[in-house]
Design a protein around this ligand. Structure first.
Ligand code: HEC
Ligand code: HEC
Ligand code: HEC
Ligand code: HEC
Length: 207
């Protein structure tokens, strides 16, 4: 008898819990609303990347079938805006002979001289923009387009997320570093490194 009362009581409890869950569900108009509403945080923990990247100024790009965020560049370039000095087309101001160049500290350690000089990438007439090989303007914030012309493989890998580095978390929105965050466009090679941890096989190879 007593056991039965307990059973009934328990069933009531179950029914109550079940109903109260249902009521909470009804706080949303549709299941899509619910996913939206509850997707933002799980048990009080944010499942959005936003909080990890909100200290970085980012911009959204769409390339191929991918849309993601990359860091903004222009505010990071020391001598931008270039037109503060480059008011006239480069041809009229360029130095010849042995005079010390304005950008003497920039040398190209990239492709060889036949393939590349300063104005392969910079627009001598409108210095605030980069330019494609065919002369189309490219914004300094979108310099990955410049690189993509010659480095198709790495560019495709980067678009898909296989080359470079994702920043923030794995939850959306997707944010990734852009080419010039890691490669200096004037000297882009990154030297190989040995692993930090001691590895006896590598030590043997190095002998
Ligand atoms: C403080 C002034 C100043 C600023 C700022 C400046 N430049 Fe220059 N730059 C010059 C002068 C002057 C020359 C021409 C004399 C020379 O060839 O050295 C020059 C030359 C150049 C050249 C041709 C170099 C060569 O060897 O033919 C390029 C390319 C160039 N600048 C790019 C830029 C870009 C891109 C920016 C902005 C990100 C910029 N400059 C900002 C002063 C400046
Ligand atoms: C392969 C393409 C490429 C070539 C070649 C190139 N640049 Fe650049 N340059 C860039 C890009 C891209 C940036 C912007 C990088 C960034 O976002 O930090 C840049 C930035 C600069 C800046 C601004 C640097 C700063 O931090 O203030 C100057 C000045 C400049 N370039 C001058 C030159 C000169 C002079 C030459 C030739 C000796 C040259 N560049 C050759 C792609 C190139
Ligand atoms: C006009 C074609 C051209 C453009 C534009 C260009 N590159 Fe290059 N890049 C080359 C060539 C050619 C080489 C040297 C050959 C090689 O190693 O693939 C090279 C070499 C490199 C390397 C070194 C590869 C190594 O051996 O480690 C890196 C990294 C690189 N480029 C990155 C960039 C980035 C980032 C940009 C955009 C800012 C860029 N390149 C724009 C043609 C280009
Ligand atoms: C998070 C940093 C990072 C970003 C972003 C990045 N790269 Fe790289 N990249 C590297 C490193 C590190 C290497 C050297 C890999 C090695 O030596 O094994 C490399 C290698 C390269 C090479 C040499 C060939 C190779 O695969 O080893 C090229 C070319 C290149 N990157 C182009 C690009 C271009 C173009 C972009 C943008 C579309 C880009 N990278 C974005 C870090 C980066």
């Amino acid at each position: 008898m007593y056991r039965n009362i307990k059973k009934i009581g328990f069933s009531f409890l179950l029914a109550f819990l079940f109903l109260s869950c249902k009521n909470e569900d009804h706080g949303y108009h549709s299941v899509m609303d619910k996913i939206e509403g509850e997707g933002k945080s799980y048990k009080g923990v944010s499942v959005s990347s936003e909080s990890y990247i909100d200290h970085i100024k980012t911009m959204e790009i769409t390339t191929g079938e991918h849309t993601f965020l990359i860091p903004e560049r222009k505010s990071k370039i020391k001598s931008y805006k270039c037109t503060e000095c480059h008011a006239k087309p480069l041809k009229e101001t360029q130095l010849t002979g042995s005079a010390k160049k304005a950008h003497w500290d920039i040398g190209i350690v990239h492709a060889d001289k036949n393939t590349m000089n300063c104005i392969s990438c910079h627009n001598g007439d409108v210095m605030d923009e980069l330019k494609s090989l065919t002369g189309n303007p490219i914004d300094f914030n979108n310099s990955y387009i410049l690189c993509s012309q010659c480095h198709t493989k790495q560019f495709k890998d980067w678009e898909g997320g296989a080359h470079g580095k994702r920043i923030g978390g794995w939850a959306p929105p997707r944010a990734a570093l852009t080419c010039v965050n890691c490669h200096n466009p004037h000297d882009p090679h990154i030297a190989s490194k040995w692993p930090v941890r001691y590895n006896s096989v590598k030590a043997e190879e190095r002998k």
